[in-house]
Design a protein around this ligand. Sequence first.
Ligand code: NAD
Length: 502
Amino acid sequence: MTYPAARWTLELVRSLSETYCYVTERSILVSVFTLPAPLTATVAGAAHPTRATFDVVNPATGEIFAAAPDASVADVDAAARVAHDAFPSWRSDPAARRVALHAAADALDAARDEIVPILTAEQGKTLAQSAREVGVAAAYLRYYADMELERQLLRDDADAVVQIVHRPLGPAAIIAPWNFPLIIAVAKIAPALSAGNTVVLKPSPYTPLSSLKVGEVLRGVLPPGVFNVLSGGNEAGAALTAHPLIRKISFTGSTATGKAIAAAAAADLKRTTLELGGNDAAIILDDADPAVVATGIFARAFHNTGQVCVAPKRVYVPEKLRAAVVEAFADLARDARIGDGTDPATQYGPLNNRSQRDRVAELVSDAVSQGATLAAGGSVIEGSGFFYQPTILTDISDGVRIVDEEQFGPALPVIGYRDVEDALARANATHFGLGGSVWGTDPERAAAVVERVEAGMTWVNTHSATTFDQPFAGIKWSGIGIENGRWALEGFTEMQVIHQAR
Ligand code: NAD
């Protein structure tokens, strides 16, 4: 493994001028950035003070490096009220919305160099991945700026003219997780605002700063009250979803929280879109080239250090190819460069937080205690930060936690199967239904198999490939509602029928 080159002991140094510097143990300056301290919540287009703050930890060092506003129930109420007040004028002027959303995209692009180090410091991903994340967020705003749900003429005859229009819902609560804090939030914010809704965003308490920074950047770009950002814990999220002025909840996160939000929304029949957990299977067919498929699956399973909802989380391989595939995966795992996201040599950063790292470690230990073999990795990387070795497990089957549960980290079980029917039965024996893939040299055969995978998004010879215009949606316990394309706009509207008698 090549950890040592990339795994310098990094230490966070904070000067009086609020400049944050990373230095190596040899005191070589690696990167310097300045946080506009302290970042504040945005309510009604202005900084909104909160009484309390909470600590934000850099996962590459394990050290607290910033404080974020801890929104109270009163702060949540203030944000929901201004979003409600801003709604009538925002919904009534589509042309102004278009201009404002393009301006918001430009503002995000212009602020990219400020946002990128903040995102890497709080999330752990590499600077290149953070830059890409900011770019994708800006592109989402542009994509939705010009999209509209046209008025539809359903009937025009001797009896009646019947039209269908789409109305915005009102203030929307957007609640995001910590793995892609900006892409996930803006994939919701862009269609919400484009359709004429106003927004209150609550990022994860593990990654609040990049969202607070976006709130700050967009002050003065979007009309006051249209886009509000509050950081806080799960209680702030619960207060937001229960608020009577919130009419739509768009949530991405764990299935457990999604169920709690669905229950909270039910009392008021608030509309919900829930993008939840996954446990995607990748099925390798017996005509596959082991080295080729291992490379393709590894790239997607370990991207973002395995913290991707729609990543391969279980690999099913025919017994006759198992040894070759496991060996190819193990080589890739051993060669992976793990380290601080600010080090240009790093390919894979730390887990985002201690409890997630500990969960992955626990699932791997549990598997080993049940007879699984470690083909690569299997240990916490000692030192500061929440690092874990890229891990490949084999001699493992269904019924072991790391196969049955979502690991959300850099550990991949490789499971041998008898025949394709056996593989499909195992792949589908789960409550999850986010994604799935089939890999082989005959694409027609693979496509026929993938159609039988019970998941909202399925791929042949790739996995987790998404585009703005391709629906993003899970089935079963992986979600309700659709993101991307015009489906996301529809999800932020309700249909009205206008039937005009002749
Ligand atoms: P989480 O469910 O713990 O938290 C997500 C967000 O919900 C946070 O902002 C949190 O503060 C908030 N929250 C928690 N309890 C709440 C409550 N009762 N009411 C309102 N808000 C509440 O998820 P996480 O650990 O941040 O993210 C990891 C999970 O997200 C994984 O399961 C992953 O698969 C899933 N995820 C899914 C998708 C998808 O599109 N399907 C994408 C990314 C991540």
